[in-house]
Design a protein around this ligand. Structure first.
Ligand SMILES: Cc1cc2nc3c(=O)[nH]c(=O)nc-3n(C[C@H](O)[C@H](O)[C@H](O)COP(=O)(O)O)c2cc1C
Length: 255
């Protein structure tokens, strides 16, 4: 224990959902198997974000990041993890049509997910659905998902957007979607925050390795961060370390 001020609350509230800690796993990182997801449930992660799943089992040699056994295998796990009620469960969903996104959003909301994350960033989704290319497609996906889901919908942005941020923000606002998972860099986070006019609730993903990285993302306008590669290297103990480092950065007492 070091001397310092009383530790501040490192939790956050996004779309009305309370997260006990503002750092959580990124979809797909330590979140493919029941064992991994239960590990996250026992860790200090602010949420349990499932790997991206599709309606049908998905196997394609060129799109390994989307390999999954189909969403129905994950529904019992979501029920189990949501019943523990210690941290929100977030389902990440992918597909090639707005219909598929709606089916998945409905099923996971029913099973107890607190949020449903539309993964528009996956290369297969970006190539086949192409919501980053065509605002009409984005509009259809958001409209179908929000009407199918009893819980808030969030969007993980594709690497490339063919339309400018004000158009994206208009479509998000029209659908009532406020939560965006965005790249943790200037163009992804700060420019989007400015374009969003303070309405969006941003979760930054990319390159977070330390509590100082979390603090920097928060200072730039993120409400939370997701951790991918560093979680794969360090394991779920990383969340307790991030919290310790954040308290140190704030000159607060550390247990
Ligand atoms: C092993 C692994 C699997 C991933 N699987 C998914 C996935 O299923 N869905 C998704 O949206 N992103 C997936 N990603 C991308 C991460 O969610 C994250 O966006 C990316 O790793 C950048 O964060 P980082 O710099 O902290 O690694 C995966 C990343 C890793 C390392």
């Amino acid at each position: 224990m070091t001397d310092g001020r009383t530790p501040s609350d490192l939790g956050t509230t996004i779309a009305g959902v309370r997260f006990p800690f503002c750092a959580m796993n990124a979809s797909g990182a330590w979140s493919s198997t029941a064992v991994e997801l239960r590990d996250l449930a026992r860790s200090a992660s602010g949420a349990i974000v499932l790997k991206t799943v599709t309606v049908h089992p998905f196997v394609h040699p060129s799109y390994r990041s989307l390999h999954n056994p189909g969403y129905d295998r994950y529904l019992p796990l979501v029920r189990e993890l949501a019943a523990m009620a210690e941290r929100p469960v977030i389902a990440s969903v992918g597909g090639a049509t707005a219909d598929e996104f709606a089916t998945l959003a409905h099923a996971f909301a029913e099973a107890g997910a607190a949020l449903v994350e539309a993964n528009l960033a996956d290369p297969y989704v970006a190539g086949s659905l192409a919501a980053g290319e065509d605002r009409e497609v984005l509009r259809a996906v958001l409209a179908r998902m929000t009407s199918a889901s009893a819980v808030p919908v969030s969007v993980k942005l594709p690497e490339r957007l063919a339309y400018p941020y004000p158009v994206l923000c208009d479509e998000l606002a029209a659908a009532g979607v406020r939560v965006v998972i965005t790249r943790n860099d200037f163009a992804g986070l700060e420019k989007l925050r400015l374009a969003g006019g303070g309405v969006l609730e941003l979760i930054a993903v990319g390159g977070v390795q330390s509590g100082y990285d979390v603090e920097r993302a928060l200072a730039k306008g993120a409400k939370a961060v997701q951790v991918g590669s560093a979680l794969m290297t360090d394991g779920p103990g990383i969340f307790a370390r991030l919290a310790r480092e954040m308290h140190l950065a704030r000159r607060e007492r550390v247990e």
